[in-house]
Design a protein around this ligand. Structure first.
Ligand SMILES: C[S@@+](CC[C@H](N)C(=O)[O-])C[C@H]1O[C@@H](n2cnc3c(N)ncnc32)[C@H](O)[C@@H]1O
Length: 304
């Protein structure tokens, strides 16, 4: 199998750093919650012994179709990781040695001109990771209330002018539904540099995508489930691409806080690195999409 050929579409990010720290038992059961192009799964399998197991999930059927890994130890499911416990239980697994979550979208998704994830192509506003879902970016832009839109742009896009952005959308859709990426982009005239415009659009698209796929709530659920499913001494590795998710992971691992309150009597995890792990300059040059990646690894400490 030509490893490089398969990853020409999605280069796995922080690969060595995440795998090296994730595996504590070479015979254990592991979960790759976000299979994508399979880069991390492939590397995990390379490190594991014969008797080990790797369960991988992705909610995008394109990612599943492109799977190239044929290995008896490997089991891939087309599903959302919100159902992780059900999937494991159905496979008679109660506890695992480690979970990896490489959040967000893959290059396979963003570079597809029909999926609506990128502001570089004019197409229908879709942004669903799961093609079977009935809720797309069109629903967000044409149906969410002003308050909901404000929340999306304020919380997920971290825009100071979230109210103004929401108002522009409401004004436009009053006349005609917003259906394409161009409809959306043409609402905004961003003064200033090319870089500023690029950043604005990236954040705008990202915030809508987070809402479409309910990414924050589902990620919080994964953290909570992980605290129940990982064996003491086992680990969780989270790679995030924006500060909201990184902050959630950090507070959860350090303080056990998920939704403004301490969720546990005893902290379930301890961080194995004091500082967040970032890609090296070499990795960023080789793969510019890795630049915003942040890796946090935590170890399960208590038995509950
Ligand atoms: C950044 S990519 C993962 C790339 C992968 N680690 C690799 O090296 O090729 C994220 C993937 O996770 C999937 N994903 C995101 N959220 C998910 C969820 N809640 N459930 C299942 N899959 C999800 C996306 O569809 C996407 O394919």
């Amino acid at each position: 199998m030509d490893f490089k050929h398969h990853f020409s579409h999605h280069k796995p990010v922080l690969l060595k750093e995440s795998i090296k720290n994730l595996i504590t038992d070479k015979n254990g059961i592991y979960v790759d919650a976000t299979f994508g192009g399979g880069g991390h799964s492939y590397a995990i399998l390379k490190k594991l012994n014969k008797g080990a197991t790797l369960i991988a999930l992705d909610q995008d059927k394109e990612s599943i179709k492109r799977n190239f890994i044929k290995d008896k130890r490997f089991h891939l499911f087309h599903n959302n990781f919100i159902h992780i416990r059900d999937i494991l239980n159905k496979n008679r697994i109660e506890k695992v040695s480690g979970i990896l979550a490489d959040l967000g979208i893959s290059s396979l998704q963003i570079d597809n001109p029909t999926r609506g994830f990128s502001n570089q192509f004019n197409c229908i506003l879709d942004m669903r990771m799961n093609q079977e879902s009935s809720y797309s970016a069109q629903n967000v832009l044409n149906e969410c209330s002003k308050k909901e839109l404000f929340h999306i742009f304020h919380e997920y896009g971290e825009f100071k002018n979230a109210k103004k952005i929401a108002e522009k959308i409401l004004k436009k859709r009053f006349k005609k539904n917003i259906t394409t990426t161009l409809d959306l982009i043409s609402l905004f005239i961003i003064k200033g540099s090319f870089k500023k415009r690029k950043r604005f659009l990236a954040r705008l698209f990202q915030s809508i995508r987070i809402k479409v796929n309910n990414e924050i709530n589902i990620f919080k659920n994964l953290l909570l489930e992980s605290s129940k499913m990982i064996l003491p001494g086992g680990r969780i590795a989270v790679i995030s691409y924006h500060s909201i998710e990184d902050r959630i992971a950090k507070y959860f691992f350090k303080k056990g806080i998920l939704i403004n309150k301490m969720n546990f009597e005893i902290l379930p995890f301890r961080m194995i690195h004091k500082k967040v792990i970032k890609p090296t300059l070499k990795e960023i040059i080789n793969n510019p999409r890795s630049r915003s990646a942040r890796l946090r690894i935590a170890e399960k400490v208590n038995k509950k």
